[in-house]
Write a protein that binds this ligand. Structure first.
Ligand code: SME
Length: 154
């Protein structure tokens, strides 16, 4: 998808979420809503969802897509995002040392931290694509903005 079209779509999604996420401040309800909207608006979002940070493990939260690993520990892109305290874009998951393949059809991935309003990482938002190199700077910027909506005003 070209960047201009992608940006327009993210803008519309963020406006829609701004309306939807006023109903409750429940993080789980907000995550479920975000996962549903993202996966229905981007047809190449093969898996889209959240993992909660619990000690040195990540525990699956609301998601859309094929069955995912319930617990991530030791390696993986999601854990790397937490330990490196930043978003990670992976154009080819087969080249990422320690990548955890919950589903072998995944070929590229982006993980962005979900932070409290104080900046602590409480979860991650993970999106997988069956295509290579689906994600870039545009996705990072807008998915970080969307991730910031989960714990907003709490
Ligand atoms: N690929 C992730 C695991 C989660 S699944 O993609 C849903 C990782 O390497 O952490």
């Amino acid at each position: 998808m070209d960047e201009t079209r992608k940006e327009g779509r993210y803008h519309r999604i963020i406006s829609q979420l701004e309306g939807l996420l006023t109903k409750t401040d429940s993080p789980v309800a907000r995550m479920a809503t975000i996962a549903a909207v993202l996966s229905h608006k981007f047809d190449y979002f093969f898996w889209c969802g959240f993992y909660f940070v619990e000690g040195d493990k990540l525990i699956v939260g609301p998601y859309q897509g094929p069955l995912a690993c319930q617990v991530l520990q030791g390696t993986g892109v999601c854990l790397a995002s937490v330990t490196q305290n930043q978003s990670i874009v992976v154009p080819d998951v087969h080249q990422f040392s320690g990548h955890i393949a919950c589903d072998s059809r995944s070929n590229s991935e982006i993980v962005v931290p979900v932070r409290s309003e104080g900046g602590k990482i409480l979860a991650v938002l993970d999106v997988d694509s069956a295509e290579f190199a689906s994600f870039g700077e545009t996705d990072r910027i807008y998915l970080e903005a969307i991730a910031a909506m989960v714990y907003k005003n709490q």
